[in-house]
Design a protein around this ligand. Structure first.
Ligand code: NAD
Length: 437
């Protein structure tokens, strides 16, 4: 039987709990989602037939505010996956001090097999099915794997039709023309770059000249929305990106890939084929075609998993040679693999910090929608940098103080703020049993 992703995710909590003083009640409540909705979405296909798709929306915890989390369209979406993604969102929002709880949604399908019109009907059908489970003050979706601003625009429109009022704040990651925030589409990759730069500075202060080399070579698994943007920032900052990949495989060159050309090729062709260099980009550099497994085990300074969860497990962790791993994807490393990597001296910077730029700018989008005042790109990026670097610094210092992994430190930080909110809110049970003074 395959191990539950949520069970594995919860093991991270157990490790952090011994460093925090939150009540046992609060800790217990954080082990299971508050509510999970499973829906059927009937969609009229272009050939006239009717197909029924399965979808989910999960609220994990709403103590710190309305729940927040993306919607994934992927053939491997299951309730367990959506619940674990909602768990991570809860801790991510708490770690970043964003006034939201955690949620996630998903539909089990391969969106590449649907026409644009079918995809729009499916997206609107999903909102019809979950409309009473979401709302600007209750639960606010956003994009995730294989969903994008166009889909968020359709979903916002459908929700507004149902409610008979324009409701931009119900969903984030919308097209800018429909109330989306500038900088949202690049926020995850940009935030990851800010975290990486901040952590490199801490590491270099810690080394204090003992180790001369600063990290320069990078491999990125998953050249999508998040992975391509972080690759581009690193390329512009002078790092050598030796390998990138997508779901079908990757390319490698020790001299470094020309990331802007790969991005342009991908944008022009709208095809993930771009990373295969079967067009003009191929000729820019000599390269070798590699598998995703090979990419993960390359001898690089920095490895960036930016595709899906469970990419590094006990089965392949021994083969990992990178010095540092920055988790841009959600949950790319299993808990067993964490232990193996730690024993090998590899430092892992966790998803709930590294990829939190997306939800941070989603929060900014929600604020802008509710106030009606829109910010410049510079304003968005400055606020993003301030918020994510503050969290990175705090988490780094907690890791140094308690001598824990950076992941455990991130959970300690998140748990402290979640526990404080839970205890401050009290529980009805306490009143009923007369426990209160
Ligand atoms: P995306 O759909 O834009 O890109 C995903 C990329 O991964 C694609 O290039 C795809 O081909 C590739 N991929 C899929 N399976 C793969 C495999 N087995 N091996 C290698 N590559 C594979 O999605 P995204 O928005 O960039 O999300 C990527 C990850 O980042 C996900 O884990 C997501 O949850 C996480 N994330 C995204 C955001 C965001 O704002 N987009 C925010 C936080 C976290």
């Amino acid at each position: 039987m395959t191990k539950s992703l949520l069970t594995d995710a919860s093991r991270r909590l157990d490790r952090a709990l011994k460093y925090v003083t939150i009540s046992e009640d609060a800790a217990e409540r954080l082990k299971a989602p508050k509510a999970s909705l499973k829906v059927s979405i009937p969609v009229r296909m272009d050939d006239g037939s009717l197909k029924v798709f399965e979808g989910y929306r999960v609220h994990f915890d709403d103590t710190r505010g309305p729940t927040k989390g993306g919607i994934r369209f992927h053939p491997q979406v299951t309730l367990d996956e959506v619940q674990s993604l909602a768990f991570w969102m809860t801790f991510k929002c708490a770690a970043l001090n964003i006034p939201f709880g955690g949620a996630k949604g998903g539909v089990t399908l391969n969106p590449k097999e649907l026409s644009k019109a079918e995809l729009e009907r499916l997206s609107r059908g999903y909102i019809d099915a979950i409309a009473n489970f979401i709302g600007p003050d209750t639960d606010i979706p956003a994009p995730d794997v294989y969903t994008n601003p166009m889909i968020m625009g359709w979903m916002m429109d459908q929700y507004s039709i149902i409610r008979q009022q324009r409701s931009p704040a119900v969903i984030t990651g919308k097209p800018v023309a429909l109330g989306g925030s500038l900088g949202r589409s690049t926020a995850t990759g940009t935030g990851a770059f800010y975290v990486l730069e901040a952590m490199m500075e801490h590491l270099s202060n810690k080394r204090s000249g003992k180790q001369p080399s600063s990290p320069k070579t990078v491999a990125v698994q998953g050249f999508g929305n998040a992975g391509a943007v972080v690759a581009r920032h690193l390329f512009d900052a002078g790092y050598t990106i030796v390998a990138v990949s997508d779901s079908r495989g990757g390319i490698y060159t020790p001299n470094g890939l020309d990331i802007p050309s790969i991005q342009k090729f991908k944008a022009d062709t709208r095809s993930v084929k771009a990373v295969y260099c079967d067009g003009s980009v191929c000729n820019l550099v000599e390269h070798e075609v590699i598998t995703n497994d090979t990419l993960l085990s390359l001898d690089v300074d920095i490895l960036i998993p930016a595709a899906l969860e469970n990419q590094i497990t006990a089965a392949n962790a021994d083969a990992i040679q990178a010095r540092y791993i920055f988790e841009v994807a959600n949950g790319p490393i299993s808990t067993d693999a964490d232990d193996i990597l730690e024993a090998k001296g590899i430092t892992v910077f966790p998803d709930i910090l590294v990829n939190a730029g997306g939800v941070t700018v989603s929060y900014f989008e929600w604020v802008q929608n509710r106030s009606g005042l829109y910010w410049t790109l510079d304003e968005v990026n400055q606020r993003l940098k301030k918020q994510i670097v503050a969290a990175a610094d705090t988490i780094w210092h907690i890791a140094q103080t308690h001598k824990t992994s950076v992941r455990t430190a991130a959970y300690i930080h998140a748990l402290n703020s979640l526990g404080a909110a839970m205890d401050a809110r009290g529980t009805r049970a306490d009143y009923v049993s007369g426990n209160r003074e």
